[in-house]
Design a binder for this molecule. Structure first.
Ligand code: ATP
Ligand code: MG
Length: 250
């Protein structure tokens, strides 16, 4: 089983749009896929028309796994399950703080779901907490949308520095360009220079497309209602790039 996360310190960069469409693409590639919405905003589950989660007790690793299991929902697409966001997650950090190996708990909890899925994808909130550190240690790849602007580039560099400082495995970082506007000169310049500095930079990038915004109305992934849209084609290419990397690793 592989574990992926859509993560950025920065808000509004395309994490949820990626998570929702990549989950769909992974399932389309034949993988049993679980999408976990870790963001209290609950947008990923909203796009999939999945109800909000039932509350559950969080007093240890075992109850956490049980609670997550209890909240697994089937999506409209067989082979793709969702765990919707839960307000109980606001206690995650406090709970983790009280645990032994407080930075590595999530990986062992998710390992409890190993037999049921080929891939788990987490949609993360835009902050850097103990839960984020658990996500970093649990993930085989951290997919980081970077809008080709100075501020977005800067937050990615901050994340890379955090990884270096904390001796986290920088090789899991998989930044990619998001909301790309080819006519924008700054976008073009940043896209020319930044990838050379980070070996893990994905070649696939996601263009800016008004079709993505319509997911809120359609309440399904872009790939399910507009497969030919430029962004949908790009999400599929990004999925293939990730699958190709797994093949070459194994
Ligand atoms: N490629 C794109 N083209 C145009 N609009 C996009 C694209 N990707 C995302 N959007 C829109 O930009 C907004 C932010 O995207 P999204 O919710 O995916 O970002 P996020 O990083 O998950 O945000 P948050 O940090 O709040 O969780 C949404 O309204 C979404 O529809
Ligand atoms: Mg989001």
């Amino acid at each position: 089983m592989k574990i992926l996360a859509a993560y950025s310190i920065k808000g509004g960069v395309g994490k949820t749009a990626l998570a929702v469409n990549l989950a769909y693409a992974l399932r389309k590639a034949g993988l049993r896929t679980l999408l976990i919405d870790l963001d209290p905003q609950g947008a990923a589950a909203f796009y999939y028309r999945v109800d909000t989660a039932e509350k559950f007790k969080m007093d240890g690793a075992r109850s956490l796994l049980q609670g997550l299991r209890k909240n697994i929902r089937e999506s409209d697409f067989p082979g793709l399950d969702i765990i919707p966001s839960n307000l109980a997650y606001r206690h995650f950090d406090i709970l983790l703080h009280g645990m032994k190996k407080k930075r590595a708990q999530l990986r062992s909890i998710l390992d409890g779901l190993k037999s049921d899925y080929d891939v788990i994808l987490m949609d993360c909130p835009p902050n850097i907490t103990l839960l984020s550190e658990n996500v970093f240690r649990a993930s085989d790849a951290l997919l980081v949308p970077v809008i080709p602007t100075i501020l977005s580039q800067r937050t990615f560099e901050q994340l890379a520095e955090f990884f270096e400082d904390k001796k986290l495995p920088t090789e899991i970082l998989r930044p990619f360009f998001s909301m790309v506007q080819g006519r924008n000169r700054m976008h073009r310049e940043i896209m020319q220079n930044l990838p050379a500095l980070f070996p893990g930079f994905l070649k696939s990038s996601i263009p800016f497309s008004a079709d993505v915004e319509k997911m809120g109305v359609q309440r399904m992934p872009l790939l399910a209602y507009s497969e030919k849209s430029s962004a949908a084609v790009a999400y599929l290419a990004l999925c293939e790039e990730i699958l190709g990397q797994w093949d070459s690793e194994s």
